[in-house]
Structures are given as structure tokens and as C-alpha cells.
Design a protein around this ligand. Structure first.
Ligand SMILES: *[C@@H]1O[C@H](CO)[C@@H](O)[C@H](O)[C@H]1NC(C)=O
Ligand SMILES: *[C@@H]1O[C@H](CO)[C@@H](O)[C@H](O)[C@H]1NC(C)=O
Length: 512
């Protein structure tokens, strides 16, 4: 496996040395962070060339894909500065560049940046709002040397406005498209983050998840998405849904890229108290040490089929069975035919209590977010609802209501109803996922697709999606590995081991 990646780095460099711009462009396409860093190091590529390449690809493909809402007008300047810093570091012994130095990143439009970019959650209501400071993860990205190339599109307000809005749609971003099959669902809500890495509009991206919003678009767009343990990455400065469930994570083309990004963004942030507790999970030396090709060896993995395979085609079913065999071949001990108790209840947000909890949490936390903005045309959820009503032609198509907003506005803090709902969610987690993991001493549960997201969401647990195949029509699907809190290092070993044995991802072909 090592040899293969060395070989592809070599061909990247070889192509770059031809210096014709066509060869340069072909080789940047699909390039990993490691390959880009090597090309930087060997003076075969500059950050400026990389940024210019991605901007030209965004100009070419975004009219079809609607994956990007805004491009940072300062990105070229930041790239020049990165190139200058790299050149200077070479002449100074011991000077260290961050792990993402000179690497362009797209971030979901809910993640605040203190620069020329707007942070609007895809909504015109937030246009012109000014954040107090960079979001915690953005500050860490910049510390790591990354260039914030722009804002990725999304399902508006992280899919927490309307029950009828299609996945990947926002008034500011338009309808995001699946680059594999343009008519296929891109899923959401971090749709633009997944579409843009899939279609090579960017090196790596960041998404957010409350329930499924990283795992599902990663699954639908053949990407690797890491949904970290709640609190492992800071939520400060991000348009919220629920402090109990929200988490921020990478969406990339490979497990290694996602891990490099996770290393950059995980950790303590004074503006998100949950990071104090969760940062104890971060291993000394970070997560990249767990990118080992034999990562499946000795792992205990539980297989849950029901109900995740019940509604999918024969093609996905067979792929899943073959992947379970690959886990065994890779040296994992597989515990087959496991069931998560009360899975039907957990999968129904109304029955589990998740919906009750999220509605009240959303109102409280989005009001707090709007209040602390330096400048904003809207200061409360009620203002946003009024804005949507007033500008119903641009902001709301007739079919696009704001039922979730209205239901949230009708709540009144975390009362006895909400507390009971949260207690129920905790009990469902204890009796379900946690019990199964403990009973069999599992390192991970594996499932088809992102159906497990509710289980992971209500417990604050981590999960990783890895590309697992394409159906008869060419629509991608993924495989998910979920684990207990703070077990990212095991999930990374498993996901990387699986990816290295399968290498399923291929670039999209834009089937009409
Ligand atoms: C932010 O929004 C304002 C107002 O619409 C717009 O003029 C500006 O170009 C936007 N910024 C970027 C970087 O697109
Ligand atoms: C979820 O549960 C509610 C309340 O029990 C029920 O009315 C609804 O039909 C369920 N939804 C689905 C998709 O099963």
C-alpha cells in the first residue's frame, strides 16, 4: 500500500515537471494533502497555482453543481503569503509549518469567518451579519496554515427550517447537485462540502452534523466524512442547532486527508466549554499515527443490518456482504447479525424525543448566536421568521414553508417536556448502542449507509463514512463505522484499513 501511494506521488511530481499547464491541472485533480505537500516541498507547485486552479474549477463547474456560495476575495493573497512563508521556512532551520500549510479549504456556510466572506447558513436573512471572531475550527485551520477558499452551500439553516425543502437547497446557494448523477439526491445538510470535494473543486472541506449532516452527504457523494465525538471539535462561532448533538468535522476524498484535517481542527477552544472535557480523547501526536494499512487487524466489529439494509437494492446488499468479508480478511473479528434495541424508536425523531429536544435547543441556541453577532439584520428566531414572511418571493418558494422554525419558536426553553425527552434519549442510548458495544466489547459497529446517524447523534458518538460502491445507475453509497465517545483512533484505523483494501472511490462523471 505504501508503494502505491509513493508511486502516485511520484507520477504527480512527474506530471508537474512537464510544466505545461494542462499537465499541472490533470495532476492536481484528485491530489491528496500528502501529494500536494510533497509537490510544494519539491518546488513543483505553489499555493497560488493551487488556489487559481480551484477557483477556475469552481467557475467552470459551480454553475452546474451549486456547491459553493462564495469565494474568498483574499484567497490569492493568502496563497502568496503561504508561498512566501514556505520559502522562508526553507532557509530557517527548525521553523515549522502547520500540517495544512498552503492547503485550500472550503467550509460550510454556517461556520463563521471574520473576513470578507459572509456567514449566512444559506439564508438572505443573515446576509450582512458580522461575526465577532473566527469560529473555533476556522481559527485552528488558519493556525494550521490552511487557506479559507470560500463557503460551501448547504441545506439552508442546516435543514432546520422547512420540512419540505429538498436536500442541498438554500436560497443563496440554489440547488446543490450530486456530481455522480446530477438528478440524484446529494443529501444534506453539508451538501456543498461533500459535492465540492467529490468534484475536485477543492482539496478538503468542513461540514457540520446534528443528525446525519456529515455522514449522509459523504455517503451520497462518495466522500469520506468524519463526524467527531461531540466536543472534540469546537462549535463556537457556528450557526447552531443543538449543543448536545452538534459537531464539526472534515469531508474529504480520502481517510488520510480527513485525518489531517481532523488533526488541525480538534482540541480545546475557550469559547466552547465542551472541548475542555472532550480534548482529553485526543492522543498525543494526533490521529495521523493511526493511518496504518493493517488497521483492521485485531479489531472487534459488530454488524447491524436491520433496518439499514431493508430498504436498499440487491446491489447495495451484495456490496455490504462482500465488505463484511473484507473486514474479516483484513483481520477483524466480526460479530454478525447484531440488533440495536429500540432501533425503530431511535430512528423516528418524534417517537424518540429527539425532535422535542432539538426544537427547544435550536430556539435557545440560535437566539444566543444571533444576539452575539456584532452586526446583524436579524437578532432572534422571530426576526428570521418575519424576514422569511416579508421576502417570501426570494427567500421562500411557495412550497417551502418554515414549519420547523415555527415549531421551534413555539417552545419556551428546556422545560419538563424537554428534560423528559432528553432522559429518554439517554436511556435509548444506554439500552441500545452502548449496551451492544459493551456486551460484545466492540471497537465499532458497521452499517450500510448513514441510517445509523440517529443512533450516533443522540449519544454524541463519532462515526466515519467511507465510499462503498455505486449502484446500477452510478449513484454512490457508503459504509459507516460508529463507535463510543472518544474512539476516533480506532474508527480511523478501521476506516483506513477498509479503504486501503477496497479503494472504491472514483471521480464523478456528471451523469445527466
Ligand atoms: C457578502 O455579501 C455582500 C452583500 O450581498 C456582498 O456584497 C459581498 O460580495 C459578499 N461577500 C463575498 C465574499 O461574496
Ligand atoms: C414516527 O412516530 C410518530 C409518532 O409515533 C408516528 O405518528 C409517525 O408515523 C412515525 N413516522 C414514521 C416515518 O414511521
Amino acid at each position: 500500500m505504501k508503494f502505491t501511494s509513493a508511486l502516485s506521488s511520484f507520477s504527480l511530481v512527474l506530471l508537474l515537471t512537464l510544466t505545461t499547464s494542462n499537465a499541472l491541472l490533470t495532476s492536481i485533480k484528485e491530489a491528496t494533502i500528502d501529494e500536494i505537500q510533497l509537490a510544494f516541498k519539491q518546488n513543483q507547485l505553489t499555493s497560488r497555482q493551487l488556489v487559481e486552479y480551484y477557483i477556475s474549477e469552481i467557475n467552470r463547474l459551480n454553475p452546474i453543481l451549486n456547491a459553493v456560495i462564495e469565494v474568498n476575495p483574499d484567497a490569492i493573497y493568502q496563497a502568496d503569503r503561504a508561498d512566501y512563508e514556505r520559502a522562508r521556512a526553507k532557509t530557517r532551520r527548525g521553523s515549522m509549518l502547520g500540517g495544512l500549510h498552503g492547503i485550500p479549504v472550503l467550509i460550510k456556510d454556517t461556520i463563521g469567518t471574520k473576513d470578507k466572506l459572509n456567514t449566512s447558513a444559506g439564508s438572505f436573512a443573515l446576509l450582512g451579519s458580522v461575526v465577532a471572531r473566527d469560529a473555533g475550527v476556522v481559527a485552528k485551520l488558519r493556525q494550521g496554515g490552511a487557506i479559507i477558499l470560500g463557503k460551501a452551500s448547504l441545506s439552508e439553516w442546516a435543514a432546520f427550517r422547512s420540512l419540505n425543502a429538498p436536500n442541498g437547497f438554500s436560497p443563496r446557494g440554489g440547488q446543490g447537485k450530486n456530481p455522480y448523477v446530477l438528478s440524484a439526491d446529494p443529501c444534506g445538510s453539508s451538501s456543498g462540502s461533500a459535492i465540492s470535494v467529490a468534484a475536485n473543486l477543492i482539496a478538503v472541506s468542513i461540514g457540520t452534523e446534528t443528525d446525519g449532516s456529515i455522514l449522509c452527504p459523504s455517503h451520497a457523494n462518495s466522500a469520506v466524512g468524519i463526524k467527531p465525538t461531540v466536543g472534540l471539535t469546537s462549535r463556537a462561532g457556528v450557526v447552531p442547532v443543538s449543543p448536545r448533538q452538534d459537531t464539526i468535522g472534515p469531508i474529504c476524498r480520502t481517510v488520510a486527508d480527513a485525518v489531517h484535517v481532523l488533526d488541525a481542527i480538534a482540541g480545546f477552544d475557550e469559547f466552547d466549554p465542551a472541548t475542555r472535557e472532550a480534548s482529553k480523547y485526543i492522543p498525543y501526536g494526533g490521529y495521523k499515527q493511526f493511518l496504518k494499512a493493517n488497521g483492521l487487524k485485531g479489531k472487534r466489529i459488530g454488524v447491524v443490518r436491520n433496518p439499514f439494509l431493508s430498504s436498499v437494492g440487491e446491489y447495495e446488499r451484495q456490496a455490504f456482504e462482500s465488505h463484511v468479508r473484507i473486514l474479516r480478511q483484513g483481520g477483524a473479528t466480526v460479530f454478525d447479525k447484531l440488533e440495536i434495541s429500540n432501533i425503530e424508536t431511535i430512528s423516528n425523531a418524534t417517537r424518540s424525543g429527539e425532535a422535542v429536544a432539538l426544537l427547544a435547543e435550536f430556539k435557545v441556541s440560535v437566539n444566543a448566536y444571533l444576539k452575539q453577532l456584532v452586526v446583524s439584520p436579524v437578532r432572534t428566531l422571530a426576526d428570521v421568521i418575519a424576514f422569511n414572511q416579508k421576502f417570501s418571493d426570494s427567500e421562500m418558494n411557495d412550497e417551502l414553508g418554515q414549519e420547523i422554525f415555527l415549531a421551534a419558536e413555539g417552545t419556551n426553553g428546556i422545560g419538563s417536556l424537554e428534560k423528559a425527552a432528553m432522559a429518554n434519549l439517554e436511556q435509548l442510548t444506554k439500552d441500545g448502542f452502548q449496551k451492544l458495544m459493551w456486551d460484545h466489547e466492540l471497537d465499532a459497529l458497521v452499517t450500510h449507509g448513514p441510517g445509523i446517524s440517529a443512533v450516533l447523534a443522540i449519544g454524541g458518538f463519532p462515526g466515519i463514512n467511507v465510499p462503498a460502491g455505486y449502484d446500477e445507475k452510478g449513484v454512490p453509497f457508503g459504509i459507516n463505522f460508529g463507535g463510543l465517545k472518544g474512539t476516533e483512533q480506532k474508527l480511523i484505523q478501521i476506516a483506513y484499513g477498509f479503504e486501503q483494501l477496497t479503494k472504491i472511490r472514483k471521480p464523478p462523471t456528471f451523469i445527466a
